[in-house]
Ligand binder design. Structure first.
Ligand code: G4P
Length: 532
């Protein structure tokens, strides 16, 4: 197979959702269709259950599950599909944000009863930042949920994206009859507990086909009215609009009943984009470039405290990756060879000899990598678009054993390289602030520092609303700002200045008082902050 064919047959995507919407169930059905697993129940949820949130080992054990499920490859319709898993638990949202940098498109699962939930909004915000194409699957239609039109309005309003249903539900809950596919004009009839929908597909000759009335009875009239409304008042669907990230096609179904899943997968394979270009600090890298390049978006620690080796997950952006070949680690300016790179099929891991753009491979790492690192064939470039977002909880790291301060420093450096949390140091003085999106990480850090680095610490909560990255074109203005606000100016791990804002009100007033200073939402400074 030619190099161009290898690239064009790859589809790399993630399924995202608020916990409990049905991400794991849908993933499993996809893998069943792809033949990567044979039985239902094979995919372990990487959900972290609430009841165990104070048991550190359990958190780690449960997190361990996600090593196996970090990438799930399967073949479908002649395509090689890489499905990247994202932790559902909100405390690990940062992991999910980073995984979204490594995909080319996304399927968003929404629970029809609950509609758009908090986590859905946050995840979509990240997708919208990079115009990632999104397909929406409204799940659990076997339950009494929200009115589908209302749901579409809610999706548009809360997710800041145009939506266009490609299938339309016929009733819901106890009386759920199935969906009408607006694209191929077929009627899919709902039979609970189905494994395949093939036998329930009815090819009808448009909405005037008498079979519609025979099959649906009174529901046929409502369906006709609904479809007319969508087709006259709705946004027309174009693949280009979807690929540009401006329009999300919507499907309705029930993952647990395997209903609407095949339809979703078929459409996905038809319209989802192949591996795309990626920006670097120098130029845009296109997948067809012959020289290999890729970046690390996730690092998973070994759970065995006696070994500090980890698995770094690398997304290949261009060229062919080959085993036992020297590649250039740009940040460290050194060449490294990988003797046992792993790829993933279903939930099985195996050593590979080569990999192509769109693929995600696991590299054994003994401490060389941190999130965002770039590997090339020698060119000094750095992939962009793997920014840090502001954490939500900030605590000062307090050393409990002065004789172990070196161990503590090393431990917190390495754990934050893995992306467990963000680390900021005070510009003046040596206070260290750890920022996370959830309380769980503090437990994980404390436990791992003690067991892997033999260092004891405690955390002292700080009154910080948000971390804002600050820049200015005027060095004097920056200098003045940092001096007057020294107490709250920190430096992140890449040497950027960060202001630890007390409240959104303070950010607004600082913006007015210091017009030469720019406040940014993320460490890559692309977007200015919009508070209030
Ligand atoms: P998540 O990964 O997004 O967190 O969701 P997951 O797939 O684990 O699904 C959450 C719950 O919703 C599960 O029930 C699952 O069985 C159920 N579910 C998924 N799809 C559908 C659907 O189409 N209809 C209905 N009615 N339920 C659905 P659970 O009781 O939490 O877990 P389990 O004991 O069934 O595994």
């Amino acid at each position: 197979m030619s190099y161009a064919d290898e690239i064009s047959k790859r589809r790399t995507f993630a399924i995202i959702s608020h916990p409990d919407a049905g991400k794991t169930t849908l993933t499993e059905k996809f893998l069943l269709f792809g033949g990567a697993i044979q039985t239902a129940g094979a995919v372990k949820s990487n959900k972290i259950r609430k009841s165990t949130s104070s048991d550190f080992m359990d958190i780690e054990r449960q997190r361990g599950i996600s090593v196996a499920t970090s990438v799930m490859g399967f073949d479908y319709n002649g395509l090689k599909i890489n499905l990247l898993d994202t932790p559902g638990h909100k405390d690990f949202a940062e992991d999910t944000y980073r995984t979204l940098t490594a995909v080319d498109s996304v399927i968003l699962v929404v629970d029809c009863v609950k509609g758009v939930e908090e986590q859905t909004e946050k995840l979509m915000h990240v997708c919208r930042m990079r115009n990632t194409p999104v397909i929406i699957f409204v799940n659990k239609m076997d339950r009494e949920g929200k009115d589908p039109f209302e749901l579409l309005d809610e999706l548009e309003a809360k997710l800041n994206i145009k939506v266009r249903p490609l299938s339309w539900p016929i009733s819901m809950g106890m009386s759920f009859k199935g969906v009408y596919n607006l694209y191929n004009k077929k009627l899919y009839l709902f039979r609970p507990g189905g494994v395949t929908v093939a036998e329930d597909v009815l090819t009808i000759n448009g909405l005037d086909d008498p079979q519609l009335d025979t099959q649906l009875g009174d529901y046929a009239t409502k369906l006709k009215d609904d479809v007319e409304l969508i087709e006259t008042a709705g946004q027309p669907f174009t693949v280009d609009h979807y690929l540009a990230g401006g329009l999300a096609p919507v499907f309705f179904g029930s993952a647990i009943n395997n209903f609407g899943v095949k339809e979703l997968l078929e459409t996905f394979t038809e319209i989802a984009p192949p591996p795309g270009s990626r920006p670097t600090n120098i130029r845009v890298i296109t997948p067809d470039e012959k020289a290999f390049s890729g970046f690390v978006f996730k690092i998973h620690a070994n759970l065995d405290p006696r070994h500090r080796d980890r698995i770094a997950f690398l997304r290949i952006c261009s060229g062919r990756f080959e085993r036992n070949t020297m590649y250039h680690h740009v940040r460290l300016d050194k060449n490294i060879r990988f003797s046992s790179p792993a790829s993933f099929l279903g939930q099985k891991k195996s050593i590979i000899d080569e990999a192509f753009p769109g693929d995600v491979i696991g590299l054994y790492d003994t401490g060389n990598f941190k999130i965002g690192d770039t590997l090339t064939e020698g060119e000094n470039l750095q992939f962009q678009g793997i920014p840090s977002f502001s954490p939500e909880i900030f605590k000062e790291l307090v050393n409990l054993d002065p004789s172990k301060s070196k161990q503590l420093a090393k431990g917190i450096e390495q754990l934050t390289d893995e992306g467990v949390a963000q680390l900021y140091t005070q510009q003046q003085g040596n206070r260290r602030i750890v920022g996370t999106v959830g309380e769980l990480q503090f437990d994980v850090i404390q436990y791992r520092l003690e067991h892997e680095y033999n260092a004891k610490c405690r955390f002292h909560r700080m009154d910080v609303h948000k971390a804002c990255w600050v820049t200015s074109d005027d060095p004097k203005a920056m200098d003045d700002f940092c001096r007057y606000r020294a107490e709250r100016i920190m430096i992140d791990k890449d040497g950027n200045f960060v202001y630890m804002a007390e409240s959104s009100w303070i950010i607004k007033s600082l913006q007015a008082d210091y017009p030469a200073i720019r406040f940014h939402d993320t460490s890559e400074f692309k977007r200015e902050m919009q508070e209030g």
